[in-house]
Design a protein around this ligand. Structure first.
Ligand code: HGY
Ligand code: MN
Ligand code: MN
Length: 430
């Protein structure tokens, strides 16, 4: 990795153009919340998602990049290298957002990758290897659980039809929404799904806002991400019996809400961690019939459990179902695991390239793990993988107040550009 800065490449990254594109993207599904924050609600495989993709595709066409999509709708923008047949360097993130999301989570990584590739081309920096900018389908898992469906299918982690029967809050099946989406993008060139003929990427780099407070609090510019903690998602459905709230004695009830509370209380005890490293969240609850004067027959809730140590992730995650069953008083419960991402430690190649580029550009960088999961977690087994974090305001994310400064995003994009130029000119992954 040349320790010199590629000055014309760094200069070719345009902060203004990059910010303008981010704001234009943020207007698609954009909204202003009660506090005046500019948020985004752009769920995967919706008209808004397709609008955002068409905007990116139009920019890619103007920049001379070849556009393809695969059977999961993963979108690729390809910059050709000078040596035919070499494995590409892949870089990108996701374009879908949380329902109360921000203008930077995911989409910044896609637009930073696009800006970096455009800067390479503007600066006349040739690369032996092709570079592919990617937008993965359904990273968030907000509309359809779990997240990372596009990258999981691409990496062969699960068959592409795994999630066809998953429904959204309106009962629309993922398989049907995907079919509709692919039909709407039938004009785009289709590519085989995943790693075909052994063409695994040479390396994968994902730029992302930190979604935590550390870089800002410590006055740092770049997070050199060393790995991603593990995540496990479960759906719990408690079944009881609906009854009249006024006439049914408590002793005769099979109250699904009361048993849900018992189960969550027992899970809180299982997940207790005085070191506050473990993450346990129940944040999506549904009750049926959901009226104030009928005892609940059903209670559904989600579990998002995370930990950086796989031994803890497996031990406590595997105990969840038993703890729930033991906590029930009158109802029955089903516990379904929907997502299981083991903790990831990135091989040194990409983190070292990120740290060297940050240093060469005079930026303050620190090595750190990611608390959020990312598509990089599923690409990691295929090739050397790494991530670049930039600071976001107060670490806020998955909220309309999510914000990052234009200069901070441009700095992250310049590091990404230099890392791509470095990796795309390497002979071997050493
Ligand atoms: O939930 C996550 O960690 C990611 O931001 N989707
Ligand atoms: Mn994200
Ligand atoms: Mn997110």
């Amino acid at each position: 990795m040349p320790d010199t800065v590629a000055p014309n490449l760094v200069a070719a990254v345009s902060e203004a153009r990059h910010w303008q594109r981010l704001m234009e993207m943020g207007a698609i599904g954009g909204f202003t919340d009660a506090d005046g924050n500019e948020g985004v609600n752009r769920a995967c495989l919706t008209e808004l998602d397709r609008q955002a993709r068409r905007l990116l595709i139009s920019w890619a066409g103007q920049a001379g990049l070849a556009v393809t999509i695969d059977a999961l709708g993963n979108l690729f923008l390809r910059h050709e290298g000078t040596v035919p047949g070499l494995a590409p360097v892949v870089t990108g993130s996701h374009m879908d957002s949380q329902p109360q999301g921000g203008r930077f989570d995911g989409i910044w990584g896609v637009l930073a990758a696009f800006e970096a590739v455009q800067a390479l081309r503007d600066a006349g920096v040739s690369t032996r290897r092709p570079i592919e900018v990617v937008a993965w389908t359904n990273e968030e898992g907000g509309r359809y659980a779990p997240g990372c469906m596009g990258s999981m299918a691409y990496a062969g982690y699960a068959p592409p039809t795994t999630w066809d029967a998953v429904t959204d809050k309106d009962g629309i099946r993922f398989g049907d929404a995907l079919r509709e989406h692919l039909a709407a993008e039938a004009d785009l060139t289709r590519r085989p799904l995943g790693v075909v003929e052994g063409s695994a990427p040479f390396a994968y780099v994902e730029a992302h806002i930190e979604q935590g407070p550390r870089l800002e609090a410590e006055g740092l510019d770049i997070g050199v991400v060393t790995g991603i903690q593990g995540s496990r998602w479960f759906l719990v459905e408690i079944s009881g019996k609906s009854d009249h709230a006024g006439t049914t004695p408590l002793g005769l009830r099979q109250d699904a809400v009361q048993d849900m509370l018992r189960a969550i209380t027992a899970l809180n005890a299982l997940m207790r961690d005085p070191t506050d490293v473990l993450r346990f969240t129940v944040a999506h609850i549904e009750v049926e019939p959901n009226t104030s004067n009928s005892v609940a027959s059903k209670a559904r809730f989600t579990i998002d459990f995370r930990h950086p140590d796989n031994a803890v992730l497996q031990a406590r995650g595997n105990a969840i179902a038993g703890v729930i069953q033991s906590a029930l008083a009158t109802c029955t419960a089903t516990v379904t695991e929907r997502f299981h991402a083991i903790p990831t430690d990135f091989a040194p190649l990409v983190p070292d390239a990120v740290e060297a580029a940050a240093r060469a550009q005079g930026l303050r960088a620190i090595r750190m793990p990611s608390g959020a999961f990312h598509d990089a977690q599923f690409i990691h087994p295929l090739c050397p993988t790494g991530m670049i974090f930039v600071p976001c305001r107060a670490g806020i994310s998955h909220h309309p107040a999510e914000y990052a400064e234009p200069a901070a995003l441009a700095a992250g994009t310049r590091v990404l550009a230099q890392v791509l130029a470095d990796l795309a000119n390497r002979e071997e992954a050493i």
